[in-house]
Write a protein that binds this ligand. Structure first.
Ligand code: FES
Length: 381
């Protein structure tokens, strides 16, 4: 139990703090933020309707997920209300399994199904009574009430014979003179039961003790989480802003001639050609896309998150921002010119969409894009 509790507890605490420290997490426009991820996974998830309605309250949902992970992780680590924490961990794992991991093939490459089954022993057995606040509080309550401690004590069977009062020359009077053996021994078979009022009082004391500890831990965790969130934003915000993709604004309708780059040009040596009039939908000014950088937008045709990149001046390429592994929205990392998936770590070349690593072998789908004479970028079908 201990290694399992340590792993699940540390992982959930880390996941909760990481979310709170990520300045993109609650940003509705950030591709890796909870809002965009909810919308992206809702398209392929069997609970897509629920995820879409969650996306309307993404700040509250995001904070609830982060703080729930923190509380669940601390509960597992401390052995505090362990079963409740384990049920919470299983519920969160089911939620992730039905959303971000739903399209993972084969299924065993998704981590959430493993987390779900990892929680089940703790749901069934709690903390197992080892290094657990729950067990400590129960033991203290029993001591205070002078009730015998829980657990077994190894004693010689000879001592049972001396104490039971039914032993006589190798025979057991209670068993009508049958041979005295540990099995069946009527004394050992007795399961001492507490009086209902004593059991109730023990439960009440243990619960109140756990509630006091939980309140203290929650107060401490809130202070730590607040500090981590503030520190994370302080340390990461400047670099994140530098590194992240800008958001393209919606431009005016099609006018004039254009320069196009199609998916067929997706090789590094692509050239641009001019067409008289772009047929597509304007997504924003090309000047908003930094050279050797990217800007995000929503594909007006499919409605999915997408990116336009400008690997060299005047050459534009567009890619779907939906990870080909399980449908999360990828993030743009400017320092190494990659799209990085926050869910399971897939990485794609931002200039070509090709897979560079991670649990997928499908490149990001390319999207036709054209630069109009008016300076606007157009998505064409
Ligand atoms: S969804 Fe799994 S790596 Fe992107």
């Amino acid at each position: 139990m201990l290694p399992l509790r340590a792993f699940l507890g540390i992982t959930f605490v880390f996941a909760g703090l990481q979310k709170l420290a990520d300045s993109n997490y609650l940003d509705d426009r950030a591709p890796s933020g909870v809002h965009q991820q909810l919308l992206a996974t809702s398209r392929t998830s069997p609970i897509g309707g629920v995820l879409t309605s969650f996306a309307h309250h993404s700040t509250v949902v995001g904070l609830m997920i982060a703080f729930a992970e923190l509380a669940i992780g601390l509960g597992a680590l401390l052995g505090l209300w362990t079963r409740i924490a384990a049920v919470g961990g299983a519920v969160i794992s089911i939620g992730f399994l039905l959303s971000v991991s739903w399209n993972t093939h084969p299924y065993y490459l998704g981590s959430d199904i493993v987390f779900l089954f990892g929680w089940t022993p703790l749901v069934i057995a709690g903390a197992g009574g080892v290094l657990s606040v729950d067990a400590f509080l129960v033991a203290r309550a029993r001591r205070d009430m002078r009730v015998a401690p829980m657990g077994r004590v190894d004693i010689e069977f000879a001592a049972v014979r001396n104490l039971c009062g039914s032993y006589e020359k190798g025979r057991c009077e209670r068993l009508k003179g049958a041979a005295c053996d540990p099995v069946p021994c009527p004394v050992l078979a007795q399961r001492p039961r507490l009086r209902p009022d004593v059991a109730k009082e023990l439960d009440r004391r243990a619960f109140l003790g756990a509630a006091r500890v939980a309140a203290g831990v929650a107060a401490g965790a809130t202070v730590v989480a607040g500090g981590v969130a503030g520190l994370g934003r302080l340390l990461h915000e400047p670099s994140t802003k530098r590194a992240a993709a800008a958001r393209l604004g919606q431009g005016p309708g099609p006018t004039g001639g254009s320069t196009t780059t199609s998916p067929a040009d997706s090789a590094p040596a692509a050239t641009t050609t001019t067409v008289p009039k772009p047929p597509g939908t304007a997504i924003g000014p090309g000047a908003s896309v930094p050279v050797a950088g990217a800007a995000s937008f929503t594909d007006p045709i499919s409605g999915v998150p997408a990116y336009v990149v400008q690997p060299t001046a005047g050459v534009f390429r567009c890619f779907s921002g939906v990870c080909t592994h399980a449908g999360c929205t990828v993030d743009y990392s400017r320092p190494n010119n990659r799209f990085v998936c926050p869910c399971h770590g897939a990485e794609f070349d931002a200039s070509t969409g090709a897979v560079l690593g991670g649990p997928t072998n499908q490149p990001l789908p390319a999207i036709n894009v054209a630069l109009g004479a008016d300076g606007q970028l157009y998505v064409t079908d």
